[in-house]
Design a protein around this ligand. Structure first.
Ligand SMILES: [Zn+2]
Length: 67
């Protein structure tokens, strides 16, 4: 009886982990190498630091100011 409960808990834990990993993968989109707004190359450091960035620093600031 106790074994069955343990197994159910393990399974719930397993599915939770799978769901979390799927979500992480979906969010981890690659950084753009060229700014979407001004077509300037985005520094490699920024690409690494800001995962999924779409713009260079100055365009990002402009976007945030307009937002
Ligand atoms: Zn830009």
């Amino acid at each position: 009886m106790a074994d069955e409960i343990d197994r159910a808990n393990d399974q719930a834990e397993y599915f939770l982990q799978m769901a979390l990993q799927r979500q992480l993968r979906a969010n981890a989109k690659p950084s753009a190498q060229i700014c979407e707004d001004c077509d300037e190359p985005i520094p490699a450091l920024r690409q690494q630091l800001v995962a999924g960035c779409e713009t260079c620093v100055s365009c990002q600031e402009l976007r945030e100011r307009h937002a």
